[in-house]
Write a protein that binds this ligand. Sequence first.
Ligand code: GDP
Length: 194
Amino acid sequence: MIVKSAEFVTSAVKAAQYPEARHPEAAFAGRSNVGKSSLINTLVNRKRLVKTSSTPGRTQLINFFSVNDALSLVDLPGYGYAKVPASVRRKWGPMIETYLKGRETLKAVVLILDIRRTPGLEEQNFIDWLELYHRTAILVLTKADKLSKTDRKKRRQAIGAALGVDESTLILFSAKTRLGKSEVWSALERAVLG
Ligand code: GDP
């Protein structure tokens, strides 16, 4: 994918605020701090199109971005952020669910996982849930630069086993070295523009 333009469109908390569904869409999900903003910024060759979520407030919205005026990338609020109050956390699930269930132009959901961390029930449930709603999941293991090549292989095996998925479907990624950038784009193009 040659990115000619990438711009912020709008933020939403409810369906009435989503932008018009004009283009196929890919959404990005992951725990806070997993490297979601860095991944999207790397894909579109921008340093700070997506603001990093070290400020919790920034993470509670669904942010829509337009690429080449042909494709929409959607940054979903990070989950599992310990610092936010339970009252706020309770709203996240329904907000994300409404989007994932109902958005008619949504073609793929990129789930971002830290390569160093074995995914738990939360991730497993999320993947099962996507399957239930026939959403294509693209699984990306990020921060791969933090490990040696041997350890990357080991971690990919362990994560594949933990999630019950074929490890060859797990894309190794690094925002630092841009490892896996073209692989993520290929997966997106297959799913979204197919
Ligand atoms: P988000 O909360 O999921 O949007 O995560 P960010 O993109 O803000 O990243 C969280 C932290 O991880 C930041 O300090 C990033 O610099 C760092 N980070 C993100 N991706 C990578 C990566 O691929 N490699 C390394 N070494 N650090 C990363």
